[in-house]
Design a protein around this ligand. Structure first.
Ligand SMILES: Cc1cc2nc3c(=O)[nH]c(=O)nc-3n(C[C@H](O)[C@H](O)[C@H](O)COP(=O)(O)OP(=O)(O)OC[C@H]3O[C@@H](n4cnc5c(N)ncnc54)[C@H](O)[C@@H]3O)c2cc1C
Length: 373
């Protein structure tokens, strides 16, 4: 009987495993893929996550990017350096996620990859987790199985507040001349953006829409965008993948179990940043389960409250901002992105040096005045 079974070895599960094992709890991580596994992702990681760990991430940071280059329909460029203490980390997710789980293993967590969870049963005071390789048991359960995982449904979370976004990503191997600039294009796609993020040995190029709207031909648009960098994505694999965007506060706990990461719909509606909030939820969940194992009957409820207060409050602002920004992105580009302080503010938000609450009121006013209001 494990103290806790974690389903999913992404950033949320890896973080929870690390912190619970470090507290001396017995932890089993179940992952259906064989590690290291690929996850469609831009791989832009906020350096703010460093504050939640006592080890060094530099072995898995491919490059560090300290500049943005925004474009509108491939023109009207805005380039800016991000004035933060630490630049944004660019990672390859297979390497980054595996490293995180390995840190948990060093603390004593057990990993079984190639082990898909096929069902769960609550047995009066513990969970039986059925896997393709037989059942295992744990007193607590963490659902860290991402946007496509079945755990939330199995745990009885029927009506979930989330908006499902769509994205397409391609990892291109190439010689990268400028390894410090993140490219973001806002005019070629409606209700979202296209990115080109540098890595040591190539790029992550992708496209996503985050606030709904009509279907668009992602492949065609991404191909056109890639060609503007002299890259041919037709020769690289392209992966379509959903994103579980935050869409309101909700209960994230049930009997002896919690949801974390994209299973808990944590992704930022403005930037589609999911790694930092997934890690944050894994950290808070580990603390809560540690408290629950020590006898605090309200510990899991406190997890839901903490996520709603500490992440949900920020996301409520992000959602308001995203609603205005993406619906009227041509005006937003002119009065928002082109405002001299905008790239710096965006960078500081990504790096955790500013919160949406600090800027959203002002930014919304600027957008509204841009609409002639
Ligand atoms: C195209 C794209 C680009 C993105 N770019 C960025 C970015 O640049 N920066 C950023 O911060 N965020 C980005 N995101 C979001 C980010 O990738 C996710 O928010 C993040 O991976 C969520 O982490 P997680 O740990 O919750 O889940 P995941 O990383 O999805 O991990 C879940 C794990 O659970 C496993 N699993 C699922 N079902 C089972 C089962 N039944 N049994 C066992 N294991 C199971 C899966 O195999 C997987 O390994 C992007 C998303 C997409 C789609």
């Amino acid at each position: 009987m494990y103290d806790c079974i974690i389903v999913g070895a992404g950033p949320a599960g890896g973080t929870a495993a690390y912190h619970l094992a470090k507290q001396g709890r017995s932890v089993l991580v179940l992952e259906k893929e064989s590690l290291p596994r690929y996850k469609p992702c831009g791989g832009g990681v906020s350096p703010a996550i460093a504050q939640w760990f006592d080890f060094d991430f530099s072995p898995v940071i491919s490059v560090k990017a300290d500049s943005f280059r925004f474009t509108w329909k491939l023109g009207d460029p805005i380039e800016a350096k991000i004035p933060t203490k630490e630049p944004v980390w660019m990672v390859r997710r297979d390497i980054f996620d595996h490293f995180l789980v390995q840190q948990g293993q060093k603390q004593g967590a057990e990993l079984r990859d190639n082990t898909e969870v096929t069902g769960i049963e609550f047995q009066s005071d513990y969970w039986q987790v059925n896997t393709a390789n037989g059942p295992v048991t744990g007193r607590y359960l963490i659902a860290a199985d991402g946007v496509k995982g079945p755990m939330a449904k199995w745990l009885g979370f029927k009506e979930r507040k989330r908006s499902l976004a769509g994205a397409l990503e391609s990892e291109v191997t190439a010689t990268v001349k400028d390894k410090s600039t993140m490219h973001i294009e806002l005019g070629l796609v409606k209700n979202g953006y296209i990115w080109n993020f540098p890595k040591a040995d190539g790029y992550s190029i992708g496209i996503g829409t985050f606030v709904g709207g009509e279907r668009q031909d992602f492949k065609k648009i991404l191909d056109e965008y890639a060609r503007s960098f002299n890259l041919d994505i037709k020769t690289s694999k392209q992966y379509g993948y959903p994103i579980s965007i935050w869409d309101g506060n909700q209960k994230l706990h049930t009997q002896n179990a919690v949801l974390v990461g994209e299973a808990a719909c944590v992704v930022d509606p403005m930037t589609a940043e999911g790694i930092r909030p997934s890690i944050f939820s894994g950290l808070i969940a580990a603390g809560a389960i540690n408290e629950a194992l020590s006898g605090d009957a309200n510990a899991l409820e406190k997890y839901s409250e903490a996520m709603n207060e500490q992440w949900g409050t920020e996301m409520a602002w992000a959602k308001k901002l995203a609603g205005a920004f993406y619906r009227f992105s041509n005006i937003a580009y002119q009065v928002g992105v082109k405002h001299p302080s905008a790239p710096q503010v965006m960078g500081k938000i990504m790096c955790g040096e500013l919160g949406y609450g600090d800027i959203a009121g002002r930014a919304l006013k600027r957008l509204i005045s841009g609409f002639g209001g």
